[in-house]
Ligand binder design. Structure first.
Ligand code: 6PG
Length: 241
C-alpha cells in the first residue's frame, strides 16, 4: 500500500505515528516490540519526532528492542554511522534500556560482524521465526534498499539473515539484513521523499520485476504488510490509484 503525504514533514509525522502504534500493539500482544531501523537521511526527522511530544510520551520504550537494517562499517562515532544517526536524533533521548539497543558494529571485520549480528538475532528470536515487528527502509535512487545494492551477491542470499557487503564506490564496507529476513517481518515500511526518487519509485512499483537492477523489489513480506510512505515529489510519477 502506498500513502502519499504533502511533504517530508507530514511523511515523517506519519512514520512516527506508525512506529508508536505498531509498538503499542506489539507490546500489548506479545510484551515487546522489535524494530530494524533504516539509515540514510530520510528517517532522521522521524527519529527526531519520536523523541518529542506527543510521540515521546506514547512509546512503550521499556519494551522496545532496536536493531538496524544495515550499517556502514565505520566507528559508531563516525558521522556516516546509521546507529549514530538514530542515537543522536532519538535513542539517546528515550528510556529504551541500553541492552535492548543492538547497534551493528562492523568497523573492524564486516564478515565477522555479520555473523555476530545474525547470532544476536537468533538469540533474540530464541528458535522462533525471526519476525521483526517493523522494518523501516529507505530507497536509494539506484533502487537499493538497506545495503542490498544492484548486482550484489547478497541479492541471491537465501539462508543467512545478515551479510557483509563490500562496496567499491565509495570504498565503504557494509553489513545488511538480507531480503529473506526482512521479508519475514510483520510489517515493512519504506520512507521515500524527494523528487530525486520519483523515477526509481515508479520503476520499483510499476516497472518490470528486475531485482538484480532494482533490489527494493525483493522486499515483499509475506504474510507481513508492506507500506510505502512517500511525499508528493517522490510519488509524482506513480500512477494514481
Ligand atoms: C543507508 C541506508 C540506505 C538508505 C537509502 C536512502 O545505510 O544508506 O540504509 O539504504 O535508506 O540509500 O537514503 P536517503 O534516505 O538518504 O535517500
Amino acid at each position: 500500500m502506498i500513502q502519499v503525504y504533502p511533504d517530508p514533514e507530514s511523511l515523517s509525522r506519519a512514520a512516527a505515528a506508525l512506529l508508536v502504534t505498531q509498538a503499542n500493539l506489539a507490546v500489548a500482544a506479545r510484551g515487546r516490540f522489535s524494530v530494524a531501523l533504516s539509515g540514510g537521511t530520510t528517517p532522521r526527522r522521524t527519529y527526531e519526532l519520536l523523541a518529542a511530544p506527543p510521540w515521546v510520551d506514547q512509546g512503550p520504550w521499556g519494551r522496545v528492542h532496536v536493531f538496524w537494517g544495515d550499517e556502514r562499517c565505520v566507528p559508531l562515532t563516525d558521522p556516516r554511522s546509521n546507529a549514530r544517526l538514530a542515537k543522536e536524533a532519538w535513542l539517546d533521548r528515550v528510556p529504551i534500556p541500553a541492552d535492548q539497543i543492538h547497534p551493528l558494529n562492523c568497523a573492524r571485520d564486516p564478515a565477522d560482524a555479520a555473523r555476530q549480528y545474525e547470532a544476536q538475532l537468533r538469540e533474540f528470536f530464541a528458535g522462533q521465526p525471526p519476525r521483526l515487528d517493523l522494518v523501516l527502509l529507505g530507497l536509494g535512487d539506484d533502487g537499493h534498499t538497506a545495503s542490498l545494492f544492484p548486482g550484489a551477491p547478497v541479492l541471491k542470499e537465501g539462508e543467512r539473515w545478515a551479510a557483509a557487503v563490500c562496496l567499491a564506490e565509495p570504498d565503504l564496507h557494509r553489513v545488511t539484513l538480507t531480503a529473506p529476513l526482512i521479508n519475514q517481518a510483520a510489517m515493512v515500511a519504506f520512507l521515500v521523499a524527494g523528487k530525486s526518487k520519483a523515477d526509481v519509485l515508479r520503476e520499483v512499483l510499476h516497472g518490470p520485476y528486475d531485482p538484480e537492477r532494482l533490489p527494493a523489489q525483493l522486499i515483499q513480506p509475506q504474510p507481513g504488510k508492506l507500506f510505502w510512505l512517500t511525499d508528493q515529489e517522490a510519488a509524482a510519477l506513480v500512477p494514481a490509484g
